[in-house]
Design a protein around this ligand. Sequence first.
Ligand SMILES: [Zn+2]
Ligand SMILES: [Zn+2]
Length: 296
Amino acid sequence: MRGQWSLLLGPARLCLRLLLLLGYRRRCPPLLRGLVQRWRYGKVCLRSLLYNSFGGSDTAVDAAFEPIYWLVDNVIRWCGVGRNDMTTVSICKKCINPKPARTHHCSICNRCVLKMDHHCPWLNNCVGHYNHRYFFSFCFFMTLGCVYCSYGSWDLFREAYAAIETYHQTPPPTFSFRERVTHKSLVYLWFLCSSVALALGALTIWHAVLISRGETSIERHINKKERQRLQAKGRVFRNHYNYGCLDNWKVFLGVDTGRHWLTRVLLPSSHLPHGNGMSWDPPPWVTAHSASVMAV
Ligand SMILES: [Zn+2]
Ligand SMILES: [Zn+2]
C-alpha cells in the first residue's frame, strides 16, 4: 500500500515542480502563472498557521473562526444593537462581543471586565472599573488597622511571650487556665496582625505604585513589553492613561474638589468612578491641568 502511494506521489510532485518552473518564465500563460501564485500564497498562509512558534491548536481555531467573528460583529452593527459611542479596540473571542480599551476577558468569571486589574481569589471576583477603588481602600485601611493592632499590642505581646517562656520552669508558675489562654491569644493576635500587615502592606504599596503610574496590573505587563519593543526601535512609549501622579489619584478616587478628600476618601462613600469604563476621556479639569504632562 505504501509503495503504491509513493508511486503516485512521485509523478505528482514532478508535475508540480514543472508547473512551478514554468511559473517563473515570462512566456508562461497568465492562467498558469496565476494558479502557481495562488498555490504559493496558499502554502504561505497554511505555514503561517501551522509553523508559528507562538501558535498552537488554539491559534489555528481562532484564525479559522476569524471570519465568523467578523460576520457577527458586522451583523450586530447593521442591526444597530451595538451602536453607541464606545471605542472598540477588538472583539473578545470568548464572548464574541466588542471589547473596549482596557477591558480584558477573565477566564475564571468567564466574562469581559471593564478596566480589569486582576481576578482576586480572596474576593472570588474580578477587580475592575467599578470596584477597584473599594479594593484599594479595603487593602489600605486593613493594613492600617493591622499596623495599629500590632503596634498597640506590642507591650502586651512581650509580657505574654515572657510569661509563656516560664511555663516549663521549675517550680512551674501559678497561672490559671484563663491567664494561659489570654497569653496564647495575645501572641496569636500579634503574629497574625503583623503577618497580615506585612503581606497586605506590600500588596497595597504595589497597587499604589501602579495607580500613581495610571496602570492596572495587567497593563503593567502589556506596557512593559511595549516599552521594550519601542525602545529597541529608538522610540519612547507613552501611557495615554497617565495624567500625572496627583491627577491619577484624583481620577482613581473620584476626587473633584478639595472637600472630596474628606467626604469621598476618608469617609465611606458610594460614589461611582469617573466615566463608564467604555471610553476613556479624562475629566475636564485633568485635560486642562495636565496638558503639559500628556505632551511629554
Ligand atoms: Zn470576553
Ligand atoms: Zn474574574
